[in-house]
Each structure stands twice: as structure tokens, then as C-alpha cells.
Write a protein of this length. Structure first.
Ligand SMILES: [Ca+2]
Ligand SMILES: [Ca+2]
Length: 317
């Protein structure tokens, strides 16, 4: 396998951004069902003088724990799979990379986490996929539901909780984010007057009522090696401590074209879903090049650590 994931120009660091304190200025309303529980009290028109309106302590509970209400035949451990192999699962205390034995027997259900589809499909017993890599994985009843070439590709998870508990929707305001993409590319040495926005979503990872924005900008004319000016970049804008910060989820930037061994990688958002059952959604980043594709699971751990790539799986020559 020529491509090594560690060699990708995926920058996990949070680049300090600037601008107004709202990742998505057009909406902070979101579909969050949380943190509005401090009403309904204290409107009692009581008799007497000392109307001590005791408000309950404002416990702003962020994400509510996931409901375990989705019925299905779920794996003992919530196995996360791509159509070409398993990525791993959450053990209850940490992410587990697929090893030699997957926690399935065959016949399990999987919830689809994808920008192109949702719902439940089925998976078979442990097998080997993606010749000649022979990734451990399961055959899915409808692998195309996760995405078809050239992507984006999502994942599926054999887990009983609601995988998308918070807001996730397509945005139309590409002009604003074209400007953000232009600035970000410029800060990485690329001058692109009007970046092409290929994906734009607003989401609320934690369900705290403040939206995050996921953006992909790309123009990739080289197939086997990059042409001058080729770029593909996926990033998230998020309000942290009142300021918008930008985190790069994947970048393949080629201001001067390709050199020997350079491969133009194309990034996209494959889906958003809660893949460890903590009520906060992870981001599925999808990538492809001329002879392969991969997916990565990025978790927003906290404001200090930011986004961390936790799991990944690929298939290609
Ligand atoms: Ca949020
Ligand atoms: Ca989660």
C-alpha cells in the first residue's frame, strides 16, 4: 500500500482563527433538545410578602445521554465498519482498534452514519475484505448505503443508541465560507481567489445549542499527481471561549503542483454520528485518491485537546 495514513497532511492542530464569535452566525438555535430545563418554576403568584422565588440551580446539562431505544440485533461491542473493513469500537473507556477478533457473530444490525443515507442494514460474520490487504470486516447487506465511489464514504455501527442525536444539516451560504476557506488556504501558502466549496454543513456536536460548521473546499485537477494550484481541505469552525477557531480535518495542498511521490488526496465529510454512545457526535472524514479510499473517525475531545483522530480504515493499492 503506497499511501500511508500517517504521511497525510492531516493537521490535527487547532489553528487560531479570527472573526466574530459564532461559527455559524446564521443560527445558534439548533434542534438541541437540552438545557432548557430551568423554566416552569417560580412563576407562582404566591400570597404574602416574602415571595422567595427560588430558582433551581442552573445545571446546564449538555448532551443528554443517548437513548438506547433503537431496536435491533446489536453487537456486544458497538462495532464500527466501513464497507471495506472494520475500524474498531468503543470499549466503554477507550477506542479499540480492530485486532484479530471482531465482536460479532453475523446477523447483526448496523446503523448507517453517512451524508448520503441513514437507516439500518445488516452485517455478516467476521471475514476478510479488500484484497490483497485482507482487512478484517463484515460483509454488509447494502454497502452502497455508506457511499459509492468516489465518495464521500460513511460508516455503519452496530450500536443501539440514536447515532445522530443533534442537529446536522446542509447549509447554503457558501459565499461566507468561501471567504473563510480563502483565508485558511492563504495561511497555508495558497492563494485561491474563490475557493470551490464542495460541502457545507452546520452541526451541533455536543448538543449545547451552539452550532459548529463543517466545510470542504476542493479543486483537484490532477489525478495521479497534483497540478499546480490543486487543493482539497476539510475543516471545522467552532466557537471556543467566545472565539471562532478553525481545526483542519484533512488537507492536500499543492500550490506548485506535484513532486515525485506526491498524491492528490481528496477529502470530504462522510457523516456525523455518536460512535461511542456519550451523546456527543464524532465526525467521519472520508478521503480518496486514484486507487483507494479511507475513512477516519475524529472526536472533539474537549476545548484543550480539540479534534483527535481516533480510528481509521482504508482500502487501496
Ligand atoms: Ca456545539
Ligand atoms: Ca460520541
Amino acid at each position: 500500500m503506497k499511501r500511508t495514513l500517517t504521511g497525510l497532511a492531516t493537521l490535527a492542530l487547532i489553528v487560531a482563527g479570527c472573526g466574530q464569535p459564532a461559527a455559524d452566525t446564521s443560527s445558534t438555535s439548533s434542534s438541541s433538545t437540552t438545557s432548557t430545563s430551568t423554566s416552569s418554576t417560580s412563576t407562582s403568584t404566591t400570597i404574602g410578602a416574602s415571595t422567595t422565588t427560588t430558582l433551581p440551580p442552573t445545571t446546564t446539562t449538555l448532551a443528554s445521554p443517548p437513548t438506547t431505544g433503537v431496536s435491533g440485533n446489536w453487537a456486544d461491542e458497538p462495532l464500527i465498519v466501513a464497507s471495506w473493513g472494520a475500524l474498531g469500537w468503543w470499549s466503554g473507556s477507550g477506542w479499540v482498534t480492530s485486532s484479530t477478533e471482531l465482536p460479532v457473530t453475523g446477523g447483526e444490525d448496523y446503523q448507517v452514519v453517512s451524508v448520503s443515507s441513514s437507516g439500518i442494514i445488516q452485517g455478516g460474520p467476521q471475514t476478510e475484505l479488500c484484497e490483497p490487504l485482507m482487512n478484517l470486516g463484515v460483509e454488509l447487506s447494502d454497502p452502497d448505503r455508506l457511499g459509492e465511489w468516489p465518495g464521500p464514504f460513511g460508516v455503519a455501527i452496530s450500536a443501539p443508541w440514536t447515532v445522530q442525536p443533534h442537529l446536522f444539516q446542509t447549509m447554503g451560504d457558501t459565499a461566507t465560507y468561501q471567504g473563510h476557506a480563502r483565508d485558511l488556504l492563504q495561511s497555508h501558502g495558497m492563494t485561491v481567489a474563490s475557493p470551490v466549496i464542495t460541502q457545507l454543513f452546520r452541526t451541533d456536536l455536543e448538543g449545547d445549542g451552539v452550532n459548529e460548521v463543517l466545510v470542504v473546499a476542493e479543486e483537484m485537477s490532477g489525478i495521479f499527481s497534483p497540478e499546480p494550484g490543486d487543493y482539497s481541505i476539510a475543516f471545522m469552525r467552532k466557537v471556543v471561549d467566545g472565539e471562532v477557531q478553525t481545526a483542519i480535518l484533512g488537507a492536500s495542498l499543492h500550490p506548485d503542483g506535484g513532486e515525485d511521490g506526491d498524491t492528490p488526496y481528496s477529502y470530504s465529510i462522510g457523516g456525523v454520528g455518536d460512535l461511542n454512545g456519550d451523546g456527543k457526535t464524532e465526525i467521519v472524514v472520508s478521503g480518496k485518491y486514484y486507487e483507494g479510499s479511507w475513512v477516519e473517525i475524529w472526536e472533539y475531545v474537549n476545548d484543550d485537546l480539540g479534534l483527535v483522530r481516533q480510528l481509521q480504515s482504508g482500502c487501496g493499492a
